[in-house]
Ligand binder design. Structure first.
Ligand code: PRP
Ligand code: URA
Ligand code: MG
Length: 209
């Protein structure tokens, strides 16, 4: 069974409240998404392997841990996933970044893929797929399909807000993908928007509405 983890750190929850707020403008929305992405990245990288290194301090010799150099990849689902990339790179600057471009058809809610560009060695990397919203799950499921088709073997998915419908669809389709969420909301409305959610993540990030 995949791990479904709600990252309920108080700082994440506090910032998410202002991200949701209809009165939060584009600039502040972008800054908050960036900050929450950093905090979430801190939580989900807890299991990164370490290796021991010889050190010499002003006091003497010893050993201490450093990251074992696992190859990581951050994959935003365009557009809205872009808003989370810099925040994650703040913590893991050596990660490579790939892009999967998808939009959700407003009538059918079906995902439509329009762009894919991934690191060459995608099959050797632990991938963090990011998108602020997991609504019906169609986009995340299709993004994972796309990554697997190109050789990806290790994928985790990180989003700000998920609907129960999306979590179920995603875990049914990809039980090997762990999901990290800042908040699990109540439901979807008749337009496929998460309730209470935050509205349209891409439009709020880029000011397109
Ligand atoms: O789980 P789903 O029902 O597929 O919905 C979630 C998707 O919808 C939004 O993208 P959108 O289609 O608005 O594209 P955008 O990021 O370009 O705005 C969101 O960022 C997800 O990618
Ligand atoms: O609530 C939602 C659902 C899909 N996409 C969004 O941006 N928001
Ligand atoms: Mg959108």
């Amino acid at each position: 069974m995949p791990k479904i983890q709600v990252l309920d750190h108080p700082l994440i929850q506090h910032k998410l409240t202002y991200i949701r707020d209809i009165n939060t403008g584009t600039k502040e929305f972008r800054e908050l998404v960036d900050e929450v992405a950093t905090l979430m990245a801190y939580e989900i990288t807890r299991d990164l392997p370490l290796t021991e290194k010889e050190i010499e301090t002003p006091i003497g010799k010893g050993t201490s841990d450093v990251l074992a150099g696992k190859k990581l990849g951050i994959i935003p689902i365009l557009r809205a996933g872009l808003g989370m990339v810099e925040g994650i790179l703040n913590l893991i600057p050596a990660a490579k970044v790939g892009h999967v471009g998808l939009y959700r058809d407003p009538e059918t809610f079906e995902p439509v893929e329009y762009y894919v560009k991934l690191p060459k060695d995608v099959s050797e990397r632990d991938l963090i797929l990011v998108d602020p919203m997991l609504a019906t799950g169609g986009s995340a499921i299709e993004a994972v399909n796309s990554l697997k088709k190109r050789g990806a073997k290790s994928i985790r998915f990180m989003c700000l807000i998920a609907a129960p419908e999306g979590v179920k669809a995603m875990t049914d389709a990809h039980p090997d993908v762990d999901i990290y969420i800042a908040a699990l909301d109540e439901k979807l409305d008749e337009n496929g928007y998460i309730v209470p959610g935050l509205g349209d993540a891409g439009d709020r990030l880029f000011g397109t509405k």
